[in-house]
Design a protein around this ligand. Structure first.
Ligand code: KIV
Ligand code: ZN
Length: 511
């Protein structure tokens, strides 16, 4: 079977989702998980964009083994040099250089002629080849480009040494039949096309990113660019899990395979959700909360008689944990560790001790502890943002005839600061106290609450978005006490803002 290469761009295009920016430590965690998932290429960032981006790509190239590490570069020497430096320590490093090819971009953005763009593309590929044999060239806005110009630039880039040519649907404009025809046209027209892998990179503005990617695969594309949970610029990128599971569920139709270790899908999705704070819609295919839930009586009846009546893939195939009652108050450290292993978590002794303390704390608050609870608890721990502020304690009072009050104790550096505030409700009071202690100038733009499992004692998860000087970050927190979960989420977001501010300061200093 033909193997389709999975090029994951969660850390680059995915990070371009509003509010999704990730710190270097968080990117490293995602990169390690992507290797477990089995992706072929990890696009780790855009090294010239910022000091933080360079550092993330460079550390991933140094520390992550088992996948090719790519860095993005415009078709300019300075970008290419920076990307080359960043990916240099990788066992296998790739420079991914791009320039727009559509007349709209040429006229309004680049102010260049087609000949100038052609020369820049060929020069960029040749220059990148001085640093590595693995060079990918992308024709940005390919689907709105003149097809013959696209063929000409593809031929030139291959001749200059590109081993992968990417055809992006940058603005999510194409439709499957048209994209199929474009890919077929390239294969039939470009004389040296067999010397390169043809890749596609589809955005989801019309909700067609996955369909378009699959159409291209059927017509010879050998690489797809995608993101976990489909996050990315505007409406996002093609979703990795949807493409992979379509290929796996319909092997006779597609007659291709990937190297993805599908039972790692769900865990990867959770990690990305946790780190970026971008929630996954409940009806999202493959990884949404309802993706394997059968609600109607007729469906349940059929499903119980024979699973395949209403289920085209089994949840275990993508690593969705089943809601089995596993552990409780009397479970020991050994049983907890064994359960974590079943769920796919290998923690160090120190991490295990912290997780076990949290688990015991949870057992005091919640009678039944489900796999999802354990998963939330551990995912939160492994996806930790470096802490500038940490929540030490919170007490809140509210009632029908009381003024809601909250007292928050926060650790800021080596100091513990305590403050009491009143508000419209206990969460509002706690947020006012946190805002005053941290002296934040940000504003809260989103607040969402969700329960992880059923029941009034369920773990609640809060996701918030905060905005400061045009920059949005998201934070998340979970606890059986929803006010504490809300406070954790807010502190998590403020930590991200503080780290971001520090990185920006470093960028300014390094200019
Ligand atoms: O959407 C796009 O065109 C891109 C390119 C840089 C590949 O992200
Ligand atoms: Zn893109």
């Amino acid at each position: 079977m033909r193997i389709i290469k999975i090029f994951d761009t969660t850390l680059r295009d995915g990070e371009q989702s509003p509010g999704a920016s990730m710190h270097v430590e968080e990117k490293l965690q995602v990169a390690h998980q992507l290797v477990k998932l089995g992706v072929d290429i990890i696009e780790a960032g855009f090294p010239i964009a910022s000091h933080g981006d360079f550092e993330a790509v460079n550390r991933i190239a140094r520390e992550v083994r088992g996948a090719t590490i790519a860095g993005l570069a415009r078709a300019r020497h300075a970008d290419i040099e920076r990307a080359a430096d960043a990916v240099k320590p990788a066992d296998s490093g790739r420079i991914h250089t791009f320039i727009a090819t559509s007349d709209i971009h040429l006229q309004y953005k680049l102010r260049m002629s087609r000949d100038q763009v052609y020369e820049a593309a060929v020069d960029a590929v040749k220059y990148a080849r001085k640093f590595t044999d693995d060079v990918e060239f992308s024709a940005e806005d390919a689907t709105r480009s003149d097809w013959d110009f696209l063929c000409r630039i593809t031929e030139g880039a291959i001749k200059a040494g590109a081993s992968t040519i990417n055809i992006p649907d940058t603005v999510g404009y194409t439709v499957p039949q048209e994209f199929e025809e474009l890919i077929a046209y390239l294969f039939n027209t470009v004389p040296n096309i067999d010397k390169a892998t043809i890749s596609v990179h589809c955005h989801n503005d019309l909700g067609l990113a996955v369909a378009n990617s699959l159409a291209a695969i059927l017509n010879g594309a050998g690489q797809v660019e995608c993101t976990v949970n489909g996050i990315g610029e505007r409406a996002g990128n093609a979703s990795l899990e949807e493409i992979v599971m379509a290929l796996k569920t319909r092997p006779k139709f597609f007659d291709v395979d990937t190297r993805i270790n599908t039972p790692e899908i769900y865990k990867t999705s959770r990690l990305v959700r946790k780190i970026t704070g971008i929630v996954v819609q409940p009806n999202k295919a493959i990884v949404g909360a309802n993706a394997f839930a059968h609600e109607s009586g007729i469906h349940q009846d059929g499903f119980l008689k024979e699973r395949s009546t209403y289920e085209i893939m089994e949840p275990e195939t993508v690593g969705v944990p089943q809601s089995t009652l596993v552990l409780g108050k009397h479970s020991g450290r050994h049983a907890f560790k064994a359960r974590l292993q079943v769920l796919g978590y290998q923690l160090s002794e120190e991490e295990l001790n912290t997780a076990f303390d949290k688990f015991k704390h949870l057992c005091d608050q919640k009678k039944y502890v489900f796999d999802e609870d354990i998963e939330t608890l551990v995912a939160e721990q492994v996806a930790r943002t470096p802490e500038v502020f940490s929540l030490v304690d919170l007490t809140a009072e509210s009632g029908m005839n009381r003024t809601p009050t909250a007292t928050v104790r926060l650790k800021v550096g080596d100091e513990i600061i305590s403050l009491t505030q009143v508000g419209d409700g206990p969460v509002d009071a706690a947020y006012k106290a946190i805002a005053a202690i941290t002296k934040t100038r940000s504003s809260l733009t989103r607040f969402e609450v969700k329960s992880i499992t059923g029941g009034t004692d369920a773990l609640g998860e809060v996701v918030v978005a905060v905005e400061e000087e045009g920059r949005t970050v998201r934070g998340s927190g979970s606890d059986t006490d929803i006010i504490i979960a809300a406070a954790k989420a807010y502190v998590n977001a403020l930590n991200k803002l503080a780290i971001r501010r520090r990185d920006t300061q470093q960028d300014i200093e390094s200019i």
